[in-house]
Design a protein around this ligand. Structure first.
Ligand code: NAP
Length: 281
């Protein structure tokens, strides 16, 4: 019986690939239906500054019903929240360290009671310690993994079950191109982002059979925020940093069109292919 099932799956596999390709081609040539954000409650971790702040503004601009910000620094959360509220979109903020499991579950409960069910979760918060393995102290290495990787486990566990009940939801991860192509000197960050990529890939596949609930993983190249300030890129004219507004705009568009993976800029696909090729030489 088991063998028959395996054989059936193996025979269906080429057909599934063909259907996926067909769907991708149709999507490429037709204007896609966009999700109306008018009933959505969007939670953005690390929403007070950097890319998260631009994401919050973009979701508000594109019609989200409510925007909620999480982060550790109250001052920037408050400023971003006030800026969004002034445009007419309901905005809330809560101080929450996503690397602290108990705090995430506690603040998720508070959020549900005070604001309502989250229908779009944007896992954006991250840190970089940015030292080699031998120069990093253990606590700093653990902290990056807690925030960049495990934080997503806790937030997704907190909000996904209700999305599945409602058959309405979207989980977003602001990852990095470094999850597919590491650099030296940021071992904590690259490891955490590679792990986060695997998490999203697995989640995306697991949710394929769940109507109304989708995932988006965004893989940006170096972006002009505080995170990698001072980082030297080899050919800065050829590879200028992205601006965070553009990353936010493309992310919201990917959510609205239910696009699973977005590489920014798209030319970075070549880098990933070249790297794979180089690894095999
Ligand atoms: N900048 C780049 O070159 C680049 C490139 C590719 C991908 N990305 C990704 O884009 C995302 C945003 O990065 P960014 O460039 O905007 O960096 P950023 O300017 O340093 O902002 C990071 C954000 O994460 C929040 N955060 C950090 N630790 C947190 C914690 N424990 N709990 C809650 N919030 C926390 C920060 O707020 P508080 O400090 O107040 O908590 C801040 O809002 C990250 O996932 C990053 O990996 C960035």
């Amino acid at each position: 019986m088991m063998e028959m099932k395996v054989l059936g799956c193996a025979l269906l596999f080429p057909l599934q690939i063909f259907l996926c390709l067909l769907r991708a081609i149709v999507r490429f040539f037709t204007r896609q239906k966009r999700r109306d954000l008018g009933t959505d409650v969007v939670l953005i971790t690390g929403g007070g500054r950097g890319i998260g702040r631009h994401l919050a503004k973009e979701f508000a601009e594109q019609g989200a019903r409510k925007v909620v910000l999480w982060g550790r620094t109250e001052k920037c959360l408050k400023e971003t929240c006030e800026e969004i509220s002034m445009t007419g979109t309901e905005c809330h903020y809560f101080v929450c360290d996503v690397g602290n499991r108990e705090e995430v579950y506690q603040q998720a409960k508070v959020l549900r009671e005070k604001v309502g069910d989250v229908t779009i979760l944007v896992n954006n918060a991250a840190v970089v310690h940015g030292k080699s393995l031998m120069d990093s102290d253990d606590d700093a290495l653990l902290k990056t993994q807690h925030i960049n990787t495990l934080g997503q486990f806790w937030t997704t566990k907190a909000f996904l079950p209700r999305m599945l009940e409602l058959c309405n939801g979207h989980v977003v991860c602001i990852n990095s191109i470094l999850s597919l192509s590491s650099i030296p000197g940021a071992i904590d960050y690259c490891t955490s982002k590679a792990s986060s990529y695997a998490f999203m890939e697995s989640l995306t596949l697991g949710l394929l059979d769940c109507p109304g609930v989708g995932c988006t993983t965004v893989l940006p190249f170096h972006t002009d925020t505080e995170m990698f300030q001072g980082m030297r890129v080899r050919f800065p004219k050829l590879f200028p940093p992205l601006n965070p507004e553009m990353v936010a705009e493309r992310t919201v568009d990917a959510v609205r069109t239910n696009t699973a993976f977005v590489v920014l800029p798209w030319t970075m696909h070549f880098l990933v292919i070249l790297k794979r090729w180089d690894n095999h030489c």
